[in-house]
Design a protein around this ligand. Structure first.
Ligand code: AP5
Ligand code: MG
Length: 215
């Protein structure tokens, strides 16, 4: 069982690694970014509010995020663990998450911090293509699909994410540094942080995370 957070800047590989980790550990992958994108696609009120911030590369306000994440964690499939991706993203969110888990009588075992330098993040994100149908992620430069524009797994169409334009990517990295990096110290203090070099290949990064989780 794992109760883990994947921390790291936009483009570090959180979603890519999460897709593999959930298969190994059989726990749900909870990405607040994916939840917002699903709401945007369905035209919900939440989606409309979130979209304003996401398109600029800003964080969605804490009060909109925390209930969504904790409601998701209350579902039965999280009883035996979970993998959080992109939540928490501010110290306030991290405190609220700790409070919530304490009330449930559990705690986070590890926080995996995947770090990659800025220029590589920009290259990865501007080259990212995501499947419209199944969400699988590719990269035109280093992880291309077999056929251009087509998903290897489900043959769905590939598209670029609305916030993957260079200008928005640069702001997302800035926002990460200012608002999310303080979480590194927050988790270091409580001895839960594991730092992983995300610049290495997919397989090596995966093996390092599995080793860190120790299960
Ligand atoms: P979110 O969806 O969480 O995006 P993000 O954190 O910006 O991260 P990404 O999904 O862009 O990157 P990733 O680390 O998952 O990388 P990936 O594996 O795809 O959030 C989006 C927005 O929602 C936020 O900006 C904010 O507005 C809002 N939001 C969400 N949660 C929030 C919260 N808690 N509070 C407030 N606001 C919130 O990989 C990227 C690319 O690199 C891919 O092309 C991939 O193929 C490639 N790649 C991956 N690993 C490697 C590797 N090892 N080597 C080479 N290439 C690689
Ligand atoms: Mg992601």
């Amino acid at each position: 069982m794992v109760r883990t957070v994947l921390l790291g800047p936009p483009g570090a590989g959180k979603g890519t690694q999460a897709a593999r980790l959930v298969e190994k550990y059989n726990v749900p992958h909870i990405s607040t970014g994916d939840i917002f994108r699903e709401n945007i696609k369905n035209g919900t009120e939440l989606g409309k509010k979130a979209q304003e911030y996401m398109n600029k590369g800003e964080l969605v306000p804490d009060d909109l995020v925390i209930d969504i994440a904790t409601d998701r964690l209350k579902r039965d499939d999280c009883k035996n663990g979970f993998l959080l991706d992109g939540f928490p993203r501010t110290v306030y969110q991290a405190e609220k998450l700790d409070e919530f888990l304490k009330k449930e009588g559990v705690s986070l075992d590890k926080v995996i911090d995947i770090e990659v330098e800025d220029q590589e993040l920009v290259d990865r994100l501007t080259g990212r293509r995501v499947c419209k149908s199944c969400g699988a992620s590719y990269n035109v430069k280093n992880i291309p699909p077999k056929e251009e524009g087509v998903c290897d797994k489900c043959h769905g169409d590939l598209e670029q994410r609305a916030d993957d334009k260079e200008e928005t990517v640069l702001n997302r990295i800035k926002v990460y540094t200012e608002q999310t990096m303080p979480l590194v110290d927050y988790y270091k203090k409580t001895d839960r942080l594991v730092e992983i070099d995300g610049a290495l290949g997919l397989e090596v990064v995966f093996q390092q995370i599995v080793e860190a989780l120790g299960k």
